[in-house]
Design a protein around this ligand. Structure first.
Ligand SMILES: Nc1ncnc2c1ncn2[C@@H]1O[C@H](COP(=O)(O)OP(=O)(O)OP(=O)(O)O)[C@@H](O)[C@H]1O
Ligand SMILES: [Mg+2]
Length: 395
């Protein structure tokens, strides 16, 4: 008995599925964040504000009672709550009487160069976007002037910051506009403010893929110039506006990642400590080194200020992971950051509503779960901040 089987066009099926998922996601976002409602940053408790500023809460309280600086909002229970803007205002106030310059405004001083941090690894899901988002936000909250760049066509960092890659960027607005070969736009035209003071964003979307397609063509026509310096050259236009640039790279070693690598002054390679990930990292490192040789042969300076590995989604209770961590630390020594990013449901749950852990309220989680995760993220980010300071000759 034979049965009839109707083949379907694969492209039609895939297109249909793509449209369904886009519509669903759009609807979900509309219900979570009504149209036009933009994201806002939550308020900080006085304890959190004091910790961010590195002062005692009692000192903040005194400033408030003396009528100095911004007026925090008072809750029903008469607790002081500070906005991110209040904290930034306090930085400027406190810096005026700081014991050491830069205690409250840690950014660049005369002669310090802009730090460009590329977060990379071609292994998908190794925590690049989570790392980039938390690093950029933490540095901004700590008083650095930060530009976050989404260089991944998948645009997760963009979505995390409340910009919808497929709806809000219909007329361009990604870094592609500023690095394309044909009539590039000024980079300032693709930079947008975020809901966090000191943090600007260059969003990404699928249009970034064009750079992967254009570059071989431009190279063949001899019109690509030093293609791997296009990101660096675009960033040079806004050099005086930022202390730190954080670039979230796509999970592949294409021309976009190469350009980020060539622009970077610091490179952060995220590693999930599992055997398959470590094996693929070996290939990533070899291919990266080969590519950098090729770039160096064209006379480009490939020196970096620093390069570090960051352990991500680490579970200290997992014995096989611990063996890999020990192996990596033995092999790479202090090139592995001391602080690992712990695996935490608080981080993945926050991600589900397109938020970082710095954006969600502590009350949304079991206290210990939230505290453990936030402490781990702070330790990672503050270790990177320390590297930045050392690069600028401070400790
Ligand atoms: N520390 C963590 N604890 C729990 N979940 C995490 C943690 N870090 C990342 N995740 C989750 O793991 C998934 C992958 O993380 P992320 O998107 O940061 O990786 P990625 O390297 O940027 O991925 P891609 O290569 O696709 O760009 C996400 O769902 C994220 O929420
Ligand atoms: Mg990512």
């Amino acid at each position: 008995m034979d049965h009839t089987y109707t083949p379907e066009d694969l492209n039609a099926v895939i297109r249909q599925h793509s449209e369904w998922i886009a519509a669903q996601l759009h609807a979900q976002r509309e219900s979570l964040f009504p149209p036009n409602a933009s994201k806002t940053m939550r308020k900080f408790t006085s304890g959190e504000a004091a910790a961010l500023l590195g002062v005692n809460d009692s000192y903040l309280r005194k400033l408030h009672l003396d009528g100095k600086g911004p007026s925090p909002e008072l809750t029903a229970g008469n607790r002081r709550q500070y906005s991110a803007e209040d904290i930034q205002d306090l930085r400027h106030l406190l810096e005026k009487t700081a014991r050491k310059p830069g205690d409250y405004l840690p950014g660049r001083r005369d002669g310090d160069h802009m730090q460009i941090i590329g977060v990379m690894n071609f292994k998908g899901g190794s925590g690049k976007t989570t790392t980039s988002a938390h690093l950029a936000q933490r540095l901004a909250l700590k008083g650095y002037r930060v530009l976050a760049i989404d260089l991944d066509p998948q645009a997760s960092l963009t979505a995390l910051h409340g910009v919808q890659p497929e709806f809000d960027l219909k007329d361009g607005g990604t870094l592609y506009d500023a690095i394309r070969y044909d009539d590039p736009a000024p980079i300032a035209s693709v930079i947008r403010k975020t809901y966090i003071p000191n943090l600007d964003l260059i969003p990404g979307n699928l249009e970034l893929m064009e750079f992967e397609h254009d570059t071989p063509r431009a190279l063949a026509q001899g019109s690509a110039g030093l293609f791997f310096f296009r990101v660096k050259e675009a960033l040079a236009q806004v050099d005086s506006d930022y202390d730190v640039v954080v670039i979230d790279c796509p999970p592949q070693l294409g021309f976009l990642t190469m350009s980020a690598l060539s622009a970077a002054t610091g490179v952060l390679v995220t590693i999930h400590p599992e055997m398959l990930d470590v094996m693929s990292m070996s290939q990533f490192l070899r291919m990266t080194a080969d590519l950098m040789d090729v770039i160096a042969q064209s006379g480009a300076d490939m020196s970096h200020d620093w390069m570090r590995y960051l352990l991500t989604r680490y579970e200290p209770s997992d014995a096989p992971q611990n063996r890999i961590v020990a192996f990596l630390r033995t092999m790479y020594g202090d090139k592995v950051l001391n602080a690992p990013m712990l695996k935490s449901t608080a981080i993945s749950d926050a991600g589900l509503t397109k938020q970082t852990l710095y954006e969600v309220e502590r009350s949304a989680f079991t206290r210990s779960t939230y505290d453990r995760a936030v402490e781990s993220l702070n330790a990672v980010n503050d270790e990177i901040s320390q590297l930045i300071q050392e690069t600028w000759g401070r400790s």
